[in-house]
Ligand binder design. Sequence first.
Ligand code: ADP
Length: 477
Amino acid sequence: MKDLIRNGHYIDGKWVTGPTLFPVHNPATGDIIAEIARGGEAEAKQAVAAAAKAFPAWRALTAKERSIRVRRWGELMLEHKESLAELLTREQGKPIAEARGEVGYAASFLEWFAEEAKRAYGDVIPSPFPGSKILVTREPVGVVAAITPWNFPLAMITRKAAPALAAGCTMVLKPAEDTPLSALALAALAEQAGIPAGVFNVVAGDARVIGKVLTESEIVRKLSFTGSTRTGKLLASQCANTLKKMSLELGGNAPFIVFDDADIDAAVRGAMASKFRNTGQTCVCVNRFYLQSGIYDAFTTALSAAVRQLRVGNGLTGEVEQGPLINQAALEKVQAHVADAISKGAKVLVGGKPHALGGTFYEPTVLTSARHDMLIAEDETFGPVAACFQFDTEDEVIAAANNTPYGLSAYFYTQDMKRIWRVAEAIESGMIGINEGIISTEVAPFGGVKESGLGREGSKYGIDEYVELKYLMMGGL
Ligand code: ADP
């Protein structure tokens, strides 16, 4: 693992340190893993200049040459899977098995977009005018800024960098303050993969200052952000003056609906995967369980039994299935949501308090009798708390599920084919798991509607976010 630890920025192919450092903590132990240079305005500007300088030569490479380098980057991730997974668990806290899974998921975007690089086809449109031809080409947008969160410190980067680089763009990345080491390890592998200097730059440090440089720059043509809706709106407003292209993957408030006719065992398996993965800290984690009256007791009993089995602890040790929350603020949010729910009548079936391990560990929790005036119904908890609501009719649950400004993911379980189509069409979200709790894959378009964001990542559509169409009218032929 040590060979992948870097503590400076990666700018123009060089490792750059600075006078001020900030610590990166292991959330499971509180230990300092490393101290990292704290970047600010100067480093962000240098990185933008480097990305601008590198852009003409990178876009001029053939798609196949870019593809070879992007693919090699992904292969190197897999060759260093154990080291990357260990680093990821140390700085982020997720169980090592999930960290290994994330390395594979992150590398899959590099493989996928290395392939898509070669398929950025244009068009020839039949012209309505004699003696002319109409062509459409696809060009890279230019210098891209990426700002990424701490919950998937590798995958949220490759999901942006892979299509950007494949399309011929160059990038400046600002990773989350809690998890910069994974981002810097990725940069070390990019260097080894032969990604030229300036094509992929990383500046860690003061989010507000670096973010301002990136969003206000006239050189940066696109912002790709994953994080909270609050920060996404702020960054969008900062980008308004230069009218940047934007991809925003923001918060969610995912409903998980179980109808009376569902396969309860399958629904509980889906619920466990979708709610408790990454300690409930994914933007597609279930936030609201809606259970039809006929199966309410059976489901909450079975879910509680499964939740009681979850082993909580340091993700690096033994068979742990749930790690700590990322930081103290995250713990306080979970505590506030649970306290508010209990004060309004929710009942605790399992958990409901900080874990005896201390630190930011929280007990896997199941609450019943949830209601819509609770914080837990309005805002994503981002923690290991399953809040269960009861409903009677399909119309009632669709209205409840859609009663949120968010629209990222939703899940429902039923065996009725007509209901599957009705509900899938009625739910306002970018992604739906139908009898399935895990939906993320590089081959499918990930993204939300409403205040969950703009654009799609992954899949054949993902590269569109990093290209502009250029229309050529050729006359006088
Ligand atoms: P969370 O609250 O879950 O950490 P954020 O949206 O605050 O979610 O963080 C996601 C990313 O956005 C992180 O990289 C963080 O540093 C960055 N970020 C937060 N605030 C700003 C800001 N004002 N300008 C630029 N980046 C920001």
